[in-house]
Design a protein around this ligand. Structure first.
Ligand code: FAD
Length: 610
């Protein structure tokens, strides 16, 4: 009989187990998810050639121009995203919404809108205040600097558009960001309409993020293409490090555990299924399993693996390995109102021309291909407004009082009433938010400045909290994402204030020549109730700004936390989380710059314990 030959192990740690036909591979680190944070950790942990790293990513290596060409970033790249929809949102007319998550190597960084900004120092200091030592602005700043690098626009563009910046606010890292040399002509007037508005005008938003400022996109100036976690952290090292392996088109089905005689739970590895051949494989993590599956799928993976709220797991028939009410709780996102104004007299070089004039569209596309300039070389916005509550709501004290007078549990998912840790943690968050709402040090509302009448605004500091739970009949299927938008009425109050403020802004004399006419939600909606109702009717209101976070929050257990400041899942050995689920209180910022910094810091923490 011919004996099966076992091929030489690719690394010293790959070894045969359970007989020659069922080899179980062992890596030092198994990273679940090759998205934004996963690829940062993959790079940093494989810097040591003696450590082996496996990344398992559900999506593929996609090389399409829909992502790489900046001008395409205005729409959604569906082929690189999950097709997951939320549960009906009660206060948004029971509508369901697309849950926007990247399903591709690079994750969110590959499909996002390329805004590159950060929260105020106070936003990160709040994380420290919530019990996470070292996660305040002071502890994070060096990781922002480690991850990014800024390229300025040309002197000519700077002068023509009145662009200000301070390159020193950025670092010398692999994530190349820039304000492109080419700008839509209307950006000049629309940005300038903020000149006389009584809010801060920092020279550089990455240094002082409250106010109105020019802001870069994740575009590599040298190539005029999108920067992703893949282009920044993976492609440059992929062929050079034999100790790093990326598996694509492979879904991690569950985390595997060992249980000691005393009942202590330790992650041993994961089981994943290749979508190429449907075969399930078990890999072992000698040092750690690191979850980087993002703000929606990390809580899901924990739950299908037996770690989550007991009632949720039992309802879905999943054996409970650890009752952890924190998993899928404290779920947050920014709430959006995608307002729109019809404008007259836009420049010939406008987004409207691209959308409506095929000949023009082809001409500027060819221009990009031949000389990397023109409308396709830029994203959709290089101007941001992040305002403190007092900047857009003169009666802000009444809102603060309303928060302070609330019985928190009345405006939260039912699980908070039966879990004093969750409630304690939430009250601490609400207290921090009330303080932020009283000061000018942290933003509450956002307006994205775009060179046309599409005017997205966001309530960046929601008090409502959502949940991620399991599909009870098919727990392995997509999780049930419930944002619970506006469960806390303060969130709707803030959205109404911001909507009115934005309307007033578009009525400013500086913009009069455009004759702005609101089409979404529409001027027929005037009272507070009508504004919310109109947002639902017109479809302008959305529960998400594509920033799902918090479902496995970093906080002490007594605050309903899921991981500690060391990023280890409570009560489980060798299991860490490094993605957007750990954010305990969502900052007023688009999240990618923060995620890069978190992942850099996480990598140092994980390296240090090795
Ligand atoms: C449409 C969109 C627009 C956005 N716009 C902006 C913007 O303009 N600016 C900004 O700063 N931020 C933006 N964001 C947010 C930002 O991109 C995300 O916050 C960030 O990418 C989150 O990083 P992450 O590592 O937590 O998760 P992700 O980057 O989502 O990575 C998670 C990865 O895990 C994989 N995965 C999940 N489950 C499994 C599994 N079971 N097995 C294997 N792999 C799995 C996923 O496929 C994914 O690649 C946007 C996001 C989206 C989706």
């Amino acid at each position: 009989m011919q004996r099966e030959i076992i091929r030489p192990a690719p690394t010293p740690q790959v070894r045969a187990r359970n007989g020659p036909s069922q080899r179980v591979r062992t890596y030092d680190y198994v990273i679940v998810g090759g998205g934004t944070t996963g690829l940062v950790a993959a790079n940093r942990l494989s810097e040591d050639p003696h450590k082996t790293v496996l990344v398992i990513e559900n999506g593929i290596l996609n090389n399409g121009t829909l992502s790489s060409i900046p001008g395409n970033s205005g729409g959604l790249n569906f082929e690189a995203m999950y097709d997951i929809y939320s549960a009906p949102v009660p206060n948004l007319g029971n509508q369901t919404f697309l849950v926007t998550v990247g399903n591709v190597v690079g994750g969110g960084s590959y499909v996002n809108g390329m805004q590159f900004d950060r929260g105020a120092n106070a936003d990160y200091d709040a994380w420290e205040e919530l019990g996470n030592k070292g996660w305040g602005w002071k502890g994070l700043q060096k990781y922002f600097l480690k991850s990014n690098h800024f390229d300025a626009p040309s002197a000519e563009t700077k002068k023509e558009f009145g662009i200000t910046y301070d390159a020193k606010a950025y670092g010398d890292g692999p994530v190349k960001v820039s304000i492109p040399d080419w700008q839509f002509p209307d950006m000049k007037k629309i940005f300038a309409s903020w000149k006389n508005v009584d809010i801060p005008h920092p020279q550089e938003g990455f240094a002082d993020p409250v106010g109105v400022y020019w802001s870069p996109n994740s575009i590599n100036k040298a190539t005029a293409t999108r920067t992703t976690s893949r282009s920044a952290y993976y492609d440059p090292i992929a062929s050079k490090r034999s100790n790093l392996k990326l598996l694509t088109n492979s879904h991690v089905d569950e985390i595997t555990f060992s249980t000691s005689r005393t009942g202590a739970l330790t992650a041993t590895g994961v089981k994943y299924t290749s979508k190429d051949n449907g075969v399930q494989t078990h890999v072992i993590a000698a040092k750690e399993v690191i979850l980087a599956a993002g703000g929606v799928f990390t809580p899901h993976l924990l739950m299908v693996s037996g770690i989550g709220p007991k009632d949720v797991l039992e309802a879905a028939g999943v054996a409970v390995k650890k009752d952890s009410p924190a998993v899928g709780s404290n779920f947050q996102d920014h709430i959006a109102n995608y307002m729109n104004f019809d404008l007259q007299g836009l420049a010939t070089n406008s987004i409207i021309s691209i959308n409506t004039n095929a000949t023009y569209n082809q001409t500027v596309y060819d221009l990009y291909l031949t000389s990397k300039t023109g409308p396709y070389s830029v994203g959709r916005a290089n101007g941001l407004v992040f305002m403190a509550l007092k900047h857009f709501e003169s009666n802000y004290k009444a809102i603060v009082q309303k928060i302070r007078a609330q019985t928190a549990a009345n405006f939260l998912p039912a699980r908070y009433s039966s879990n004093e840790n969750l409630l304690r943690g939430y009250k601490k968050q609400a207290d921090i938010l009330a303080k932020q709402f009283s000061s000018a040090k942290a933003a509450v509302g956002e307006i994205v400045i775009q060179p046309w009448g599409f005017s997205g605004i966001a309530n960046n500091k929601p008090l409502s909290r959502g949940t991620i739970t399991l599909n009870t009949t098919h727990p392995e299927a997509y999780p049930i994402v419930q944002w619970n938008t506006f469960q806390n009425p303060v969130d709707a109050d803030i959205m109404v204030s911001l909507t009115k403020y934005n309307r007033k802004h578009w009525a400013r004399p500086e913009l009069a020549s455009y004759k702005p006419a609101e089409t979404s939600p529409g001027t027929q909606y005037q009272t507070d109730e009508e504004i919310i109702h109109g947002g639902i009717e017109s479809g302008s209101l959305a529960p998400s700004f594509a920033h799902p976070s918090g479902g496995c929050s970093m906080m002490p257990e007594k605050f309903g936390g899921c991981v500690g400041a060391d990023l280890k899942v409570y009560g489980v050995g060798k299991l860490s989380v490094i993605d957007a689920s750990i954010i305990p209180l969502v900052p007023a910022a688009h999240l990618q710059a923060t995620m890069y910094a978190i992942a850099e810091k996480a990598s140092d923490i994980i390296k240090a314990r090795a």
